[in-house]
Design a protein around this ligand. Sequence first.
Ligand code: FAD
Length: 703
Amino acid sequence: MEPRFLVISCVNVLQFAPVCYTISPRDGGLLFATSSVFVLVVSSLYHYGICSNKRGHIWVCLRRRNLSGDPLLSTFKMEMQFASSCPALASGPAGNVFGNLVTHILAAQCLLTENWPKDSLSRVSDGDVFDFIVVGAGTAGSIIASRLTEVEQWKVLLIEAGGDPPLESVIPNFSGATHWSDHAWQYYAETEGETNRACKFGKSFWPRGKVLGGTGTINGLLHMRGSAGDYAPWHTSDDDGWDWKNILKYFKKSEKVVDPIISENPELRKYHGFDGEFIVDQLNFTNTEIANALVDAYKELGLDYIDDLNGPTQMGVGKIRGGNHKGKRVSTATAFLNPAGERDNLYILKNTYANKIVIDVSTMQAKSVSVTLSDGTSAVFNVKKDIIVSGGAINTPVLLMLSGIGKKEHLEELGIKLVADLPVGQNLQDHVRIPVPITIDTGATERTEKYWLEAAAEYIIHGTGPHSTNYNQPNINAFLSVPGDKLLPDVQIDHNYFFPNTSYLYSTCSNIMSFNDDICTQFSEFNNNKELLIFYVSLCRPYSSGKILLRSTDPTESPLIYSKYFSDVRDMKTFVNSLKRVTQIVETPTFKKMNAELKRIYYKDCDHAEFASDDYWECMARTVTYNVYHPVGTAKMGEFDDPAAVLDKRLKVKGLKGLRVVDASVMPSIPSVNTNAAVMMVAERATDFVMEEYLPENIKTEL
Ligand SMILES: Cc1cc2nc3c(=O)[nH]c(=O)nc-3n(C[C@H](O)[C@H](O)[C@H](O)COP(=O)(O)OP(=O)(O)OC[C@H]3O[C@@H](n4cnc5c(N)ncnc54)[C@H](O)[C@@H]3O)c2cc1C
């Protein structure tokens, strides 16, 4: 009789030949010890023994090689098992071929894992002193920690509330699954009544990454930088280091663009970096015929086709580039932390929460960070030079306020001792969008289970296909303004395409967009036997701004987030004008050929409005409000006499010593586009500010 549970063990008798044993847990006895199929995969970091036997048991033994690459000294990292009772499996030549296929697929899945850096809990003790402490291993924190540890004599502690990224973050099409996992903070904005009326609980869902790589590990992978005009408001004095020339230099520093459309074009090359750590490529193309139709239709609408949306302008339509390589996500954790992980001077504490920054008020010097470690105990770590807060635009203001840095009246309300009266948590800016449903008919039919099996096989064998692209979308973006001749766009449009009767449309609507059943049922009905295109139209440069406040003094409690979308009337006017312009796409010859139909979304508050009128679009903006997850600006930098600034232009907290903020919070204004690349640029810029202060002889300032 088969044992109910199998415990699999691999014993390394020869250098490359694990022998596989199956042990019955009941009697501890050896059931068999031979393998009829044996496959070995050797990579620079892992080797795998994959075995099956005539009973159809298949298992994979994964070992990580040690640094010198010698597998004999390696240790077991993971074991997987797969049991099948199919007698033909792995017997005879045909069985062997199919057995090989299965073992290859299992092994290939193992190859998707990344070499995440080790946790340093065993290397640190309460009271230890570091040159720098970085709070948050997100998009910015991973870069800062990696760059600072390039200086061998600096000892750097990196504190991260989350752990290693899951496989779902590595495979682009699964990134949505991370939003509701332990790898994300599940924040909601407060119910404000004026917007998000058809959202579950009337609230906007704001997931943020709680994992190595932070939100860059759960995001949509788009690498968008914006253009010079987006950063003009950041440059407020001659030598502040935030002029476009400097900004472009720091965008380029981490970039490694591998797309030949850019790298082989001398004009476009000027805007890019090719030697950095962060690989930027085209996002893998699926649904190309839909992408081509969209490009044609936008051109008929009067937009220019642009080869590079990260070139001199975004105004037009073009292909998206993103942080991805060979079908896998590139984040600042994969690009910066993984290679830095073996450095002796980098100490990473995973699953460790920073509760407070301790400041000596007599000198206004930031001294230490108090944390709850992964084992539940408390510790305090001290710093010689700077504490760098990179907790992201929501958690950074929370940590500052809990440490006594914030608006006086708010901190006093909560009984927090004031250290510095600064407008922390104010100036919250975000992109906001709505989904616009358009049905089309290109003759495409419903996708069956077989399509997704083939997609899985294509991904695992070639690293291409639907799973290698973010949300399986036609990867083009359009940017336009009304009137059309503005230098910067009013709206950005991205798209989702759904084959008829797509099974996951309802859950995308409910779990990702966070809309209620009434709206999601309508979306499913639009898709009944029809192809559905959703245009996500988002406002590029909102005037409206919200704020973040503490809910209580408990560091683990979610803060109060007030998004204040469309609270400035200018935003609604721009948005409505843009929606009317975008939806003219249904009148283009290309869309007419596809029998395109703009669909009305019914909702009690909007049903009085004439379809597609200004009133209708305003009502939609207030009803199917969907954030783009780009909060910035909550600890903004500015001139010393700017009352709205929390930081000086070198990103130091005003009036304090040894405390910097480096993440999306520092942005004085939101760029027109997705924010991850801008955060990376901020981190590179900030690193040189730190280097100039503590290692001035090593910094070349010329551009
Ligand atoms: C769903 C989604 C999709 C997105 N898509 C895109 C996209 O396609 N392209 C794009 O450009 N941008 C995108 N963004 C936005 C972009 O990813 C963020 O702007 C960027 O990652 C922010 O970087 P950050 O360093 O400021 O913060 P984060 O990357 O969020 O890093 C903060 C880190 O600090 C940790 N932390 C916080 N508080 C503490 C504490 N007290 N103690 C210890 N650790 C702490 C967090 O766990 C986290 O790891 C998306 C965002 C989301 C949520």
